[in-house]
Design a protein around this ligand. Structure first.
Ligand SMILES: Nc1ncnc2c1ncn2[C@@H]1O[C@H](COP(=O)(O)OP(=O)(O)OP(=O)(O)O)[C@@H](O)[C@H]1O
Ligand SMILES: [Mg+2]
Length: 433
């Protein structure tokens, strides 16, 4: 109809109205598609920053209907099944698991958790179990994936939280290796893009949520930006296993990788006769300083030894040989770590001090002053003011003392807090917190 008007040289009232309507139509259609697109994207697609998730997409549900139905019906399992922890840490994380489950059932606000400790001590393992136990979905993000995203980081980060907010079951958002991108904005040399992404993360986590729970895991939480510490409600230290825990771990993985396949029937693995219980206790003594992961790998090594032998029989001597290997390799790793620490430490320890607590529970002759205390103590101070309950759970020192003298030095809050800590506190460059 407007062709006629336009060709006529003047745009009639109908023409103007028509054009306006058309423009409005096109504009709103485009907007509506964008909004709908974003909504569908948030609901269906897994954001690129999320590495692994228990949440299923519509496509997956269509592909594996039986699996999905099973999962929907599955009952929450014990949060600590297959996780070996010292008794007091176990009690602590069990409390967290119960509280999280109740929070989900009552649609309350989730508490954010920081788990820190040496590699291979069960942080990721526990986080996944916690999600399953509480009936939540989990999503795993890795801190190291953020920096390479460059300027797309901000959008990607918002996508993660848009997606998290559409979760019906509640989402446990697990940020592994969190220190890789949650670094101090003020003091560390981080790129503008990373700083912007961190700001987006802070913006989206400023308020406690009833949709997602943040679980951060780190080997170096002392590198966190102050604003991150401020968002943490519970700090849990996963220390290296002590003798008792090592024995439980050795038994667990001996059962899993050796006994079960040996008794399972169809497998080729056979086990020679010897006192398994005694052997496990002996191995626990020999594996001092090893992590849960190292011990689980030992289990796999025994299994591999049996499978690669001609008759498929696992003998005591073969088990011992693998333990010897593992111990040697562990010592080598500790040597490297020691070298690294010594290189970092510019000032030698005071005279008379031959050994002091190193970072993350390793006993090293030369070490830096553990900065973790400086950062964590003020967090606890804040938490104490807000929720005195949290601190009562910090009674880990007793169980850790026997196993790992350094775990406390890197993780336990000092009895008194001095002014020095505040130097580290809020960013002084005016960056938003
Ligand atoms: N406390 C534990 N109880 C039982 N198994 C454990 C424990 N700790 C570690 N393991 C074994 O080691 C594997 C790796 O552990 P996990 O991924 O939880 O370590 P992590 O603490 O997250 O380490 P990282 O800091 O390197 O990410 C687990 O899958 C499990 O087989
Ligand atoms: Mg991990």
């Amino acid at each position: 109809m407007f062709t006629a008007d336009i060709s006529g040289g003047k745009l009639g009232i109908h023409g103007v109205a028509g054009l306006t309507l058309l423009a409005v139509g096109v504009y709103s259609a485009r907007n509506a598609t964008a909004v709908a697109g974003r909504y569908i994207e948030a609901r269906l697609g897994k954001p690129s920053l999320v590495r692994e998730t228990s949440r299923f997409t519509v496509a997956e549900a269509v592909k594996h209907p039986v699996k999905m139905a099973k999962r929907l019906k599955s009952k929450p399992q014990d949060a600590l099944e297959g996780v070996v922890l010292s008794p007091s840490l176990e009690e602590r994380v069990r409390d967290i698991a119960i509280a999280t489950r109740n929070t989900r059932q009552n649609n309350g606000l989730y508490r954010n958790i920081l788990m820190y400790g040496p590699p291979g001590t069960g942080k990721t393992l526990f986080a996944k179990k916690l999600a399953v136990h509480s009936g939540m979905d989990y999503a795993i993000m890795t801190g190291g994936d953020v920096a390479p995203m460059g300027r797309d980081g901000v959008t990607a980060m918002h996508k993660v939280f848009d997606w998290a907010n559409t979760s019906r079951r509640g989402l446990l958002l697990f940020v592994d290796e969190a220190d890789a991108f949650l670094r101090k904005r003020a003091t560390e040399k981080i790129s503008e893009d990373l700083r912007a992404t961190l700001n987006a993360f802070l913006y989206r986590t400023g308020e406690q949520s009833n949709k997602f729970m943040l679980v951060l895991a780190s080997n170096q939480p002392e590198q966190f930006d102050w604003a991150i510490n401020d968002r943490i409600d519970e700090i849990v230290n996963f220390a290296l296993p002590g003798l008792e825990e090592r024995e439980r771990l050795v038994r667990l993985y001996f059962d899993k990788y050796v006994l079960e396949p040996a008794t399972g029937g169809r497998q080729r693995l056979k086990l020679a006769q010897f006192d398994y219980g005694k052997k496990c206790s002996e191995i626990a003594k020999r594996t001092e300083g090893m992590s849960g992961r190292e011990i689980s790998k030992l289990g796999v090594a025994w299994q591999a030894a049996a499978y690669s032998s001609e008759d498929g029989v696992l003998t005591e001597a073969m088990i011992d040989a693998r333990v010897d290997d593992a111990v040697k390799q562990h010592l080598q790793k500790m040597d490297w770590l020691r070298g690294e620490e010594a290189a970092k430490s510019l000032t030698p320890p005071p005279a008379g001090v031959t050994s002091s607590g190193g970072k993350m529970g390793f006993n090293l002759p030369l070490s830096e002053t553990p900065h973790a205390q400086e950062v964590i103590a003020p967090v606890l101070e804040i938490n104490e003011k807000q929720a005195p309950m949290n601190l009562s759970a910090e009674g880990e020192s007793d169980d850790l003392a026997g196993h790992n003298s350094t775990a406390e030095s890197s993780g336990q809050p000092p009895a008194s807090t001095d002014g020095k800590m505040r130097e580290d506190s809020p960013p002084k460059d005016g960056t938003p917190v």
